[in-house]
Write a protein that binds this ligand. Structure first.
Ligand SMILES: NC(=O)c1ccc[n+]([C@@H]2O[C@H](COP(=O)([O-])OP(=O)(O)OC[C@H]3O[C@@H](n4cnc5c(N)ncnc54)[C@H](OP(=O)(O)O)[C@@H]3O)[C@@H](O)[C@H]2O)c1
Length: 304
């Protein structure tokens, strides 16, 4: 069985992807594992867990020469030096230590300059998209892409950089995940969801199950110099529409606060992604329906 290293394996996306891939790869998950319950779930699902701190740079426990490294780690302390070191230098140092045969680096469509409802392909201008809510995020993600692209050429390491839009799904704990799950929690608390005035706020949400399905093909598509692709759902969805959909399904009320202190819509072309790994298959209403079901099941457990 091929070995796959997965960083950020305790995160919202990484855990679900690692567990989904554990039946066809020997998955070695890398993170700090501060939450023992997540580590238990991963180990029960067949993922070998190796503690690693991307800031510290000690990767002595990480196996070398794996078939692939999939990087879902992200550090969002909003401290500039720390976030640049962890996200950009950290992946460079890890690649140097682990020398995988292929690299899939998860970036973000938050690297694009804000462009309203313009559909962005991979050549669109980059910018400081997330400044209003996470000052270091976009710049640290751009910096990480550049480190990865450089390591790709220096080490002749076939690499894919995949810019993820809005992931969502249901975790192995049965709880909703991703930004839409955060919106559910806000609506449950009676809080208005912030919406950028540059309406409509369009995104391409993608079910984490679709991300897991596409990982092997995106590793196969890795090249020197790196292949850059968006990683997103096929449907454009307005943030207000998905909140209203979730609220209706969950017996909540969606209210909105129009403010420039939030990120605006980011909607992307999936043409290159389709050519590399095929389209995302889950329709957003089906996927968000499962989020709503998970939310309602969790509420029932809480009420008992
Ligand atoms: N969620 C979104 O809406 C979204 C949207 C677009 C793109 N993305 C991208 O998708 C990827 C996954 O995001 P996510 O939402 O799943 O992230 P997340 O839930 O915040 O998880 C972050 C992961 O990074 C690990 N990590 C943090 N600090 C670390 C350190 N110092 N050393 C080693 N590992 C560390 C965490 O593990 P420990 O804490 O256990 O160390 C965790 O596994 C990221 O590249 C993110 O930028 C996410």
């Amino acid at each position: 069985m091929d070995t796959l290293l997965v960083t950020g394996v305790t995160g919202q996306v990484g855990e679900v992807v690692a567990l989904a891939l554990a039946d066809r790869y020997h998955v070695v998950g890398l993170a700090r594992f501060g939450d023992a319950a997540v580590r238990e779930r991963l180990e029960a699902g067949g993922v070998e867990c190796v503690p690693v701190d991307l800031v510290g740079g000690d990767f002595s426990g990480v196996p070398t020469g794996a078939s692939g490294l999939v990087n879902f780690a992200v550090v969002k302390t909003q401290k500039w030096d720390l976030d640049l070191r962890a996200n950009a230098e950290g992946i460079g140092l890890l690649v140097d230590a682990a020398r995988p045969q292929r690299l899939l680096h998860c970036s973000s469509t938050g690297v694009y300059d804000p462009a309203g409802s313009t559909v962005l392909d991979e050549s669109a201008p980059l910018g400081d998209n997330h400044r209003a809510i996470m000052p270091t995020y976009s710049i640290a993600k751009i910096a990480a892409e550049e480190v990865v692209r450089t390591m790709c050429r220096v080490l002749q390491l076939p690499t894919t950089v995949a810019r993820l839009n809005v992931p969502y799904g249901v975790g192995p704990d049965g709880a909703p995940r991703g930004w839409p799950a955060f919106h559910l929690a806000m609506m449950e608390a009676g809080m208005p969801v912030p919406v950028h005035p540059d309406r409509p706020n369009l995104f391409n949400p993608v079910d984490i199950a679709d991300l897991a399905r596409s990982v092997p093909a995106l590793l196969d598509a890795a090249t020197v110099p790196a292949t850059i692709t968006n990683w997103a759902g096929e449907e454009q969805v307005d943030l207000e529409e998905w909140c209203t959909f979730l609220a209706d399904r969950c017996g909540l009320t969606a209210t909105f606060e129009t403010t420039a202190s939030t990120i605006g819509g980011v909607t992307v072309s999936t043409e290159r992604m389709r050519s590399l790994c095929g389209p995302a298959e889950v329709r957003w209403r089906d996927g968000f329906g499962r989020l709503a079901d998970a939310y309602l099941a969790g509420r029932q457990v809480g009420e008992k």
